[in-house]
Write a protein that binds this ligand. Structure first.
Ligand code: AMP
Ligand code: GLY
Length: 421
């Protein structure tokens, strides 16, 4: 097949890689452009912005198969208020919430006072993972409401606690299959501290005592049934961000697309052909295709530019030990057990907040982590930011690999304490 992947980040390079390894001809482009059904057999959009702007609707108009939901359906990601309302009306378990109009500080403060428990503050609209504030105390909550309210409509939600995981479901309009569960690290700092980012690393499969198929039944199937019965079946990835609370799994958010960097961690675990799976989804026959997952684990470490996430500075030369900059610009293996996915890279220089990611593969998470850090240690640019602790939430997997990654064992021990705390 001739596959067009729309976007340009690490996620899109991982999608391209997953299609190319099965012999498909793949191009990556920032936009759909003027391609026709004579040029491509399948379009896979990466970013939510393209989906919200209607790339699937445009493909449908041009009769090009597209693995992604319509603009209208993408509201499930682009409006947190809509998404919560839909989930609640379908009985999907999630936090107590309330939506407020832009500037409505008084109503929000009153609702919070009445609610009487910790809340998180979220912008209703798209904010590239940066529109969520998780205040630590009352003073911070007050400030979060006051700083978010002027920016647009917003949502207050009950603050949940527990490990998080990302469920990525491939949907064909009526049926969904789950990719291996992943966990990502959204905060910039080690130990999951500091501001939220687009994601600093991920690993898969998440070693959690949950059954992905049960999660599909609770969090994905109701949405598919809803869209199917409204006459517009949902085709593409439905990503459910979940928190495993003491009371059971709860919905944190829906995304209408592959996650970044979860995709860089999850797709290397697939033995199946992603393009075949995607085209089957566009034809309503995912149930006919077997999803083959290889044993073992992956770990993805993101290298971000200095200043990320607030104000990344770009233009630094990227050095890659053992490779020339032209060789690696088009996703290539660094080592047999590590894959490099470029993201914010142009002409061998940094050109975005998240610059690249390296995914390590191994028989278990410890081996995958070691491979990922060996790979990323071959990459350097001025003031590169990486987290040395990707995977620390996975019990038992990291103590040995901590040492391999150059983090002292005390830090590993503190991570254990934090984990049990
Ligand atoms: P979101 O963009 O909605 O996925 O939120 C980004 C991050 O904020 C999530 O991955 C969580 O770590 C945190 N978060 C969001 N909603 C909640 C919530 N209701 N309770 C606790 N943490 C949350
Ligand atoms: N890694 C989180 C996201 O893609 O939204």
């Amino acid at each position: 097949m001739r596959v067009l992947v729309v976007g340009g980040g690490g996620r899109e390079h991982a999608i391209a890689w997953a299609c190319e390894r099965h012999g498909h001809t793949v191009s990556i482009a920032a936009e759909l452009g003027d391609v026709t059904v004579d040029d491509v057999d399948l379009v896979i959009p990466g970013p939510e912005s393209a989906l919200v702007a209607g790339i699937a609707d445009e493909c449908s108009f041009r009769k090009i198969p597209c693995f992604g939901p319509t603009s209208k359906q993408s509201r499930i990601e682009s409006s947190k208020g809509y998404s919560r309302q839909l989930a609640t009306s379908l009985g999907v378990p999630g936090p107590v919430y309330q939506r407020f109009e832009e500037g409505d500080v008084d109503a929000a403060l009153a609702w919070w006072a009445e609610f009487g428990r910790p809340v998180v503050v979220k912008l209703d609209g798209l904010a590239a993972g940066k529109g969520v504030l998780v205040p630590g105390d009352d003073e911070q909550t007050d400030a979060a409401i006051r700083s978010t309210a002027p920016l647009g409509p917003f949502v207050l939600e009950e603050r949940l606690t527990g490990p998080e995981c990302s469920l990525l479901a491939l949907c064909d309009g009526t049926t969904a299959v789950a990719l291996p569960l992943a966990q990502d690290h959204k905060r910039i700092g080690e130990g999951d501290t500091g501001p939220n980012t687009g994601g600093m690393g991920a690993y898969a499969p998440a070693p959690l005592a949950v059954d992905p198929d049960e999660l599909l039944t609770v969090f994905v199937q109701p949405i598919l049934d809803y869209y199917a019965s409204s006459g517009s079946p949902y085709v593409g990835v439905l990503y459910a961000g979940l928190m495993l609370t003491a009371d059971g799994p709860r919905l944190i958010e829906y995304n209408c697309r592959f996650g970044d960097p979860e995709t860089q961690a999850v797709l290397p675990l697939l033995d199946s052909d992603l393009a075949e799976l995607a085209i089957a989804c566009t034809q309503g026959r995912i149930a006919d295709v077997h999803l083959e997952v290889r044993p073992g684990a992956t770990c993805t470490v993101v290298a971000a530019a200095p200043g990320y996430p607030d104000a990344p500075s770009t233009g630094a030369a990227i050095r890659l030990r053992g490779f020339s900059t032209t060789e690696w610009a088009n996703h290539s293996s660094l080592e047999p057990d590590a894959i490099l996915f470029p993201a914010g890279v142009a002409d061998g220089k940094t050109a975005g907040g998240r610059v690249l990611a390296v995914t390590g593969l191994g028989d278990d998470l410890a081996a995958a982590r070691a491979a990922a850090y060996r790979g990323i240690d071959g990459v350097s640019f001025a003031n590169m930011q990486i987290r040395r602790d990707i995977g620390w939430r996975a019990p038992g997997a990291f103590l040995t690999s901590y040492a391999a990654a150059g983090v002292d064992i005390d830090e590993g021990g503190r991570a254990v304490e934090r984990m049990s705390g």
